[in-house]
Ligand binder design. Structure first.
Ligand code: NDP
Ligand code: GDP
Length: 321
């Protein structure tokens, strides 16, 4: 029997890679899409004929119930969120609604309509925030440092609560930062690789950044969506950290990206206080041994390879314009 999956956040980075993965496994894929004045389809344009779209919004539970009814899913992947940390200080309430309460809306829609569907929640390493131990693992206490992190902690615990209250198969993947050529342009990796490509092509002459000392555990989104799928194929629902186990500073990221095109980052990068955050997450480093042992998950793309892939992709995109 063909398996059926409903993905929220289908237009985003992870939604597009997950859709590709599930389609390659023979799933019938449904994507929840919200109405926008101009369609945001860059990441999924190549899949338009393969995915069935359902209109809806995480803030409108009726639309979610409708989406679950139409898709009748075996698996639900809740990837939709206001996902950019910096914006969460400017729109803390909207972030709380989509990234926090939106999870309850989706869980309720599943509980009321298709309670035996398996549910994946996109939890985040931002929940560890001002980290209380290093490396961070499933048992590390949360200490979020942004309205986004706070909302994700709520989303995480409500998922655990539905698992324990209703015996639903509901999992949270605590994913560390993952990037790709499809990453939103405002995130630091893509902001850097796009700027490097523009500078190389003479379209831009400087790159303004905030804190260059923060450290992140960055992996490739294509590897991380495989972990999401694996989490929903187990005998019993559980939560898993997904990470590379390596951490790098923003400065190292910048170094690799500029030197890949033969430039010295010091000639172009300007530190601008505008991009420094009210409260920073200084260090993230994940321990994913549980996922490796229990899910058999492995990552394929390393940090340097990832940065170079993103620079090359941005160069190709700009040249084709
Ligand atoms: P993106 O920002 O690329 O995608 C977010 C998606 O959510 C978009 O499809 C967006 O739709 C949709 N969305 C936002 N608000 C709503 C809403 N109210 N109703 C319906 N859809 C909505 O995120 P990623 O793909 O990078 O991340 C996927 C998930 O994983 C997110 O929940 C994110 O917080 C989480 N996460 C991501 C990490 C990462 O490093 N990428 C790390 C850990 C967790 P639209 O196109 O209409 O804006
Ligand atoms: P996050 O980990 O989800 O917040 O992902 P981001 O890519 O937005 O930010 C990662 C780190 O890069 C954070 O510590 C930011 O403070 C730092 N950073 C430094 N300069 C910038 C910048 O110009 N934009 C962004 N987005 N982050 C920056």
């Amino acid at each position: 029997m063909t398996k059926r999956a409903l993905i929220t956040g289908i237009t985003g980075q992870d939604g597009s890679y997950l859709a590709e993965l599930l389609l390659s496994k023979g799933y019938k894929v449904f994507g929840l899409r919200r109405r926008t004045s101009v369609p945001i389809l860059e990441n999924i344009e190549h899949l338009m004929n393969d995915i069935e779209f359902i209109d809806g919004d995480l803030l409108d539970m009726g639309s979610l119930i409708n989406a679950v009814r139409i898709s009748n899913p075996d698996e639900v992947y809740n990837l939709a969120a206001q996902s950019f940390v910096a914006t969460s200080w400017i729109q803390p309430v909207a972030t709380g609604q989509a990234t926090g309460i939106g999870v309850t809306n989706m869980l309720e829609a599943v509980r009321l309509t298709k309670p035996d569907a398996r549910f994946y929640q996109a939890s985040s390493s931002e929940m560890f925030g001002k980290v209380v131990e290093t490396p961070q693992k499933e048992t590390t206490p949360f200490y979020p440092r942004s309205p986004y992190g706070v909302a994700k902690v709520y989303g995480h615990w409500i998922t655990v609560n539905y698992r324990e209250s209703y015996d639903m198969y509901a999992c949270s993947g605590i994913l560390f930062n993952h990037e790709s050529p499809r990453r939103g342009i405002e995130f630091v990796t893509r902001k850097v690789t796009d700027a490097v490509a523009r500078i190389k092509l003479g379209l831009q002459n400087e790159l303004r950044l905030g804190n260059l000392d923060a450290k992140r555990d960055w992996g490739f989104a294509g590897d991380y969506v495989k972990a999401m799928w694996l989490m929903l194929q187990q005998d019993k629902a559980d939560d898993f950290v997904i990470s590379t186990g390596e951490t790098h500073t923003i400065e190292e990221l910048v170094e690799i990206a500029f030197s890949h095109v033969g430039l010295n980052w010091r000639d172009y990068v300007v530190v601008d206080q505008k991009f420094v955050r009210p409260a920073e997450v200084e260090l993230l480093l994940g321990d994913c041994s549980k996922a490796k042992e229990e899910l058999g998950w492995e990552l394929e793309v390393g940090f340097e390879q990832l940065v170079k892939m993103m620079v090359d992709s941005d160069l190709a995109k700009l040249k084709s314009k």
